[in-house]
Design a protein around this ligand. Sequence first.
Ligand code: F2R
Ligand code: MG
Ligand code: MG
Length: 305
Amino acid sequence: MAVVEAVEGLAGKFRGSMAGALMGDCLGAPFEGESRASRSVLNSYFRRLADPALKVPYKLYTDDTAMTRCVAQSLIDEKGYCATDMAKKFVKEYYNEPKRGYGSNVTDVFAALRATKFQDVYAPAGIQFGGRGSYGNGAAMRIAPVALFCYDAPDKEVVHIAKDSSLLTHANRLGYNGAVLQKLEKLLELMEQGDSVTPSQVEDTLGVYISAHMSVPTAIYSFIRALNPVTNIESDNAFLRTIHYAISLGGDTDTIASMAGSIAGAYYGFSEIPESFHRHCEALSDAIEQADQLFKMRKPKSTET
Ligand code: F2R
Ligand code: MG
Ligand code: MG
């Protein structure tokens, strides 16, 4: 792919967030659900990918990115949140490319939305799991464009769009809140232990699973942990270190690395993502294009009432 022009400042952070989500997904996907990869396997994986002479096909994105792209495109097309448009985009995307590794139950929501002709777009998610709704991390994994779109908006606007867009597929309160607050206390305890915390401790304390409450705090922790060098992780680039560390925890690697990558990408900015990795991820230019559009249309600052 063509080299992406460097953009600094806030625009670079928008790009970094969208690109980071994509890269975490693409680079983490080969390890999803496999037993935890060893340090040496991951160090050589990242070393190989960094080699400009390496000629391999790019890594495909999965459902995480497929849905993130829908969220971004819907906010862009509708210039705001439109539940019906977003639901239609999810369904169209799924039926165009169903083999992106979707959660096994969320596909029932897509089928019901289509069968009911989008009459009540929140209804199908509400009847999942006997009316309890899904607590999978499929709503959290696609949320980055909402944060970008609402960059300057009042908090209540971010919360409204984040919650309602999640409810299109995930009606369990753990699915849209991620039980994050409870878990954040444990995250703080882990942070106090510094670099001595092992992947097993993270798995036992925060979780590395497909459920929102067992993966969202883990992604946040991965970002914080990788702010500084991590023992046995070779990457000296902090963005790559975040993705590497998230994958090293095992479990739901594409999703945890994608969520951590979007935070790290926003924090460090796109210019800090090594160019040698750009070509390894499918459709990076689309992520950049959507980031640029979200940047241009970000909501103006307004005073909260
Ligand atoms: N699906 C996967 N990975 C497995 C297969 C990938 C393989 N490499 C392949 O290519 O085929 N990953 C993706 O799914 C996760 C996001 O899932 P989402 O969108 O939340 O789906 P769903 O179906 O709503 O929930 C996932 C599972 O969670 C359990 N669950 C959820 N709510 C529950 C409830 N109330 N009670 C009991 N169980 C509940 C179920 O097992 C659901 O199937 C991401 O990892 C993405 O990468
Ligand atoms: Mg996935
Ligand atoms: Mg996953």
